[in-house]
Design a protein around this ligand. Structure first.
Ligand code: GKR
Ligand code: MG
Length: 456
């Protein structure tokens, strides 16, 4: 399997718009022979956010790219019928291509998926098809190349500069009950979290309890509160309660998902100056973010107003944020995140990673990106402690001291557990969900509730 390879894997050249992989020649035995996309539904707690309420299941698609030589590369992306259809549509054009020809694969995918309904929209999360499909194929191909060369993906990306990647505790307002089975013990030693995960979190006091359980169980060293749910004063009280409990050495972030008006942000923002590590998407759009950023004395972060390379020029011109939260699913792959990191560095912006409900394959990909970035300014986001289900062999990846150890096996270093995949696919078939729609879920609790782009 290895005799045809030639690789110099310890060098990487990056510049705007392109990140070159080291020279690599792979025999035609490794041409792509098949792509299997399996939609899955993973148990998800009733978490509240600006767009409504999480459904009992979050949708993901598990992608397996197979080669003639029998190697299989894997990836995971957010699920929707539209993305699944697109993956099926592009598959015939990818058969026969080399997994190492990432530029060509990108061109093929761009040609097929050009146009479409690729608007990011107002939701807190990004549903653009093209970037998801790029990500699915790129990550799986990198996994294949790592397996062919018997090296971890981080080596293909330039080599790791850390052995463990830090993540933040991600707090959510939530209703009673947790989705999935109750009372599970996700990790040995994390019983406190398992209990806390079941409880409602609607008051500042309950948010502090959630934070304590998460920090004690996983050792997180930064905390993010997902807001945009309640009247701003109540959410600011929760931030103040967190500050009082954890003190100034615990970095705090707060994210109302752009639901605040400028007036609201001007009223409540100053109270969190000197308290927040960063304020994430207080208002909608680059212009408002830029105006507010000049008025408030604290860093601004985004995964909503600057979400693509096309938006970088105006982001730089306006200075709409200080930190860009990348996401390999939304920026078109792991290499795209590294390109974005380079741009952030060039223009003096910070860099980190955003998250949505996910499994261990996406976590592993995030960790490989986080391992390679020379200066990881901020702990990455992850929803991982909220999900009970897992699709990788060996179960959930441990989070210790707030960090995930970089997998060192070939490729991504994680493999699919076939029986878990079958079970999660059966969940998908039973759940009957075709896309994420937090508004519909919220209306099951409050029939009058409607999403508003600016609520407060
Ligand atoms: O999971 O409800 C959620 C979040 O609101 C998520 O969808 C966002 O994309 O984590 C996200 C964010 O930072 O905006
Ligand atoms: Mg956000």
């Amino acid at each position: 399997m290895l005799e045809h390879r030639t690789c110099f894997i310890h060098q990487i050249t990056s510049y705007f718009g392109k990140t070159e992989l080291p020279f690599l020649s792979i025999s035609s035995d490794h041409q792509i022979s098949n792509i299997i996309c399996t939609p899955v539904a993973i148990g998800d707690p009733p978490l509240l956010n600006a767009a409504g309420l999480h459904a009992p299941y979050a949708l993901r698609i598990i992608v397996e790219v197979e080669t003639r030589s029998g190697i299989s590369g894997i990836s995971e992306i957010p699920g929707s019928e539209k993305i699944l259809q697109t993956l099926w549509e592009v598959t015939p054009s990818l058969i026969g291509q080399q997994p190492s020809d990432l530029t060509r694969l990108h061109q093929i995918l761009s040609d097929i998926t050009v146009g479409g309904h690729d608007e990011r929209g107002d939701n807190p999360w990004d549903q653009r098809t093209q970037v998801h499909v790029f990500s699915a194929i790129e990550v799986a191909c990198l996994d294949i190349m790592g397996k062919i060369m018997d090296c971890p993906v981080y080596e293909l990306l330039g080599g790791k500069v850390r052995d463990a990647v830090p993540f933040a505790a991600y707090l959510f307002y939530k209703y009673e009950g947790a989705g999935g089975s109750l009372g599970f013990d996700m990790y040995e030693g994390a019983q406190g979290w398992s209990r806390s995960r079941q409880k409602p979190a609607l008051t500042p006091h309950e948010i502090v309890d959630q934070a304590l359980a998460m920090v004690e169980s996983f050792g997180f060293q930064s905390i993010k509160l997902k807001g945009g749910v309640f009247e701003p004063g109540k959410e600011v009280d929760a931030i103040m309660a967190l500050r009082e409990t954890f003190g100034p050495s615990m970095p705090l972030r707060y994210d109302p998902n752009a639901l605040w008006s400028m007036d609201t942000a001007r009223k409540w923002g100053p109270k969190m100056e000197g308290v927040l590590e960063y304020f994430e998407d207080p208002v909608r759009g680059q212009k408002k973010m830029a105006t507010l950023r000049k008025e408030l004395k604290m860093p601004f972060a985004t995964n909503m107003c600057t979400t693509s390379f096309e938006e970088i020029p105006s982001s730089i011109r306006l200075h709409s944020e200080d930190i860009i939260l990348s996401d390999h699913h939304f920026w078109g792959g792991m290499r795209a995140c590294l390109t974005l990191h380079k741009i952030c560095r060039t223009f003096g912006r910070g860099f980190s990673m955003h998250s949505n409900s996910h499994l261990g394959i996406s976590l592993a990909a995030m960790v490989h990106v986080g391992a390679v970035v020379p200066d990881m300014d901020y702990a990455l986001d992850t929803h991982y402690p909220w999900q009970e289900d897992e699709v990788i062999v060996g179960g959930k990846l441990p989070i210790e001291n707030g960090a995930v150890r970089v997998p060192h096996g070939p490729g991504l270093g994680v493999e699919i557990d076939r029986s878990a995949l079958e079970k999660l696919h059966a969940n998908y078939q039973e759940a009957g969900l075709k896309e994420r729609n937090d508004e519909i879920e919220m209306q099951k609790v409050d029939p009058q509730w409607k999403f508003e782009a600016t609520r407060f």
